[in-house]
Design a protein around this ligand. Sequence first.
Ligand code: GLN
Ligand code: ZN
Length: 771
Amino acid sequence: MTSTTTTSRATVYGYPRQGAERQLKKAIESYWAGRVDADALLATARDLRLRNLAELRDAGIDEIPSNYFSFYDHVLDTSWLLGAIPERHLAAVPDATTAAGRLDRYFAMARGTADAPPMEMTKWFDTNYHYLVPELGPDTQFSLDASKPLDEFAEALEQGVTTRPVVLGPVSFLLLAKDPTGTDGFQPLDLLDRIVPLYVDLLRQLREAGAEWVQLDEPALVTDQPAEVLGKVEETYAALAREEARPKILVASYFDRLGEALPVLAAAPVEGLAIDFTGSAAANVEGLAAAGGIPRKRLVAGIVNGRNIWAADLTAALTTLGTLLGLAGTVDVAPSCSLLHVPLDVTLETDLDPEIAGWLSFARQKLEEIVTLRRGLTEDRSTIANALHVNASRLASRAASPIVRVPAVRDRVAAITDTDLHRAAPYGKRRQAQQDRLRLPELPTTTIGSFPQTGELRKARAALRAGKLDRDAYQEAMKAEIRAVIAEQEQIGLDVLVHGEPERNDMVQYFGEQLTGFLATQHGWVQSYGTRYVRPPLIVGDVARPEPMTVAWATYAQSLTERPVKGMLTGPVTMLAWSFVRDDQPEGDTARQVAFALRDEVVDLENAGIKVIQVDEPALRETLPLRTADRAAYLEWAVASFRLATSGVRDETQIHTHMCYAEFGDVLQAIIDMDADVISLEAARSNMAIVADLARAGYPNEAGPGVWDIHSPRVPSVEEIVGHLRTASSAFPADRLWVNPDCGLKTRGYPEVRATLANLVEATGQVRARS
Ligand code: GLN
Ligand code: ZN
């Protein structure tokens, strides 16, 4: 590559916000607890932003973003920016003239107060980050409060850095919003005309403050959008561009291909586009070529995957960048999305085998990758020869590693036959065998798996980790808990019991720790929502189960009672969804490996006398691909891996599954195809709507729609539960209905669990007696 591209810059869209020691989480939680005041919290936040600024500058990032910081969530920040604050939160914190008042109103929106429920939270596209859904109705009045982007821009400018403020764009903001009252014929997107002038005003103010570029994020454009929406995109950006006193506009998209939105953006009168070219978004290269390129625009090429943890293939990336050079005015180098979605630094993982560490790239390593790639574009290739060499040898070490490819695992997956994916008999025959064996009453009652995770349980786990409690003492503590949980359930009168999952820190981590191919991190924290961070395991190699994982706990629990106790496992799709997955084979292959490990566990549980086995798939809906065209292929492997995991048992063994955290309308056929004998589903908050959906779709097996919204500490009354059961049985055959809460009980306290389950059993008794 020669001198034509000397203007290439390295940039990012965002960086982990929390600090290397999760200082932000600690400061915010201390503020909530009243241990520090607003000024102290603001000072911590400022300090973290300045550290990130210095870190990005020192790493060689040429253009640094601002306004990616957030005390809770960047979509909530956008609601605030536009003055879209729900009435109830204005009323809950009437005075927002002080720093504390502003923070309190903001946190009231995020977390609620005693009488003002929080805004709804949902997943950010197909990531594990959650945002607060803007609440907009036909009467919403907007007013601009640009203080956050302006202050954060000025703060960096004082350090001599002209940043590129990042703001969620108007179209995506509205597409992510909801009208909680469901006004007929109204869509938040109808409000576009009202917010575009505020964006114009914002652009003007940023320009006045010295901003040269602004980044407007429009990730909603990577999902299927009708022509009407694309028309609005065109109008919106024409209107924004018309303002003369503004920074240059960079419209950013990420997470998938732009498809039909690409030509619209290519033709828009904005100065730059940031486009994802990784993973399923690689098709954007052809899309851009088909649109005739953007010869007069700046292209920010998202070329390093910003949401996985793998070292990039730098040589391949340079080749793609070479193609892109022919398609745009200038080409800058960036990760595909904000680095918010990956852990901070591989070098903190001191327990990791150095060879494996070399395969990985967290946020700090991704900065190095993009700076190397930028140099590859602007300097003589020989200046990065060494970096390319090191990269190639690391990729080669990964490809050749015996951890990554285990022939026995691969042979087994290669030999899967259709028989492996089917129970021996159809549901009707299994149902009879299960009824004869389990002899359950009509409307059987059960729970989803976990019981409250008490302080004592957490203490025991911490003591075990710290070496203050030996294995035997720990096991004893867990057994005591299981005894207590079984006794509780017998006392309450439930029909199918659970052991309570006291031994599990987390439903994915627990299995990840016992399966080969999975690795845990020490510091790999990633923001899930607000101050909640998770440490997803990494799937680095072929997955196998060296020994049984749950059989001892399940059989111990079963030995304590005559009633059936459910074996409890996490399904293949959820294991993948809440881990960082490998990028060197299709996800379906990884899922089938996990499924085989689970299949062995299921069969071992059956052989140990466990009669009911639940395989949870709460993540099945959330990993649905963003583009409709990709969904069938995903659902096919998702369903097949569940069936592979659960089809090894005899007719009389009852397989359950469980789903939550989503609306299931668009995966009903997959639920039917999974062919679990029983599915329990979240349903209480939507007033059992799913039951009618299942009936309409012709779901033939048994279902337990949740009658208790376990996300709230509220105890539903007997009448309320009776009402739910009547609603359910009016839409679905009662002889195929189960009675259970929406989800596991681990976040609840014992008083409300006891009270609610007693009401649940009482309500079920009343409905049984009257039918
Ligand atoms: N069995 C798990 C539990 O009860 C299910 C959790 C979930 O669906 N997220 O905790
Ligand atoms: Zn659940």
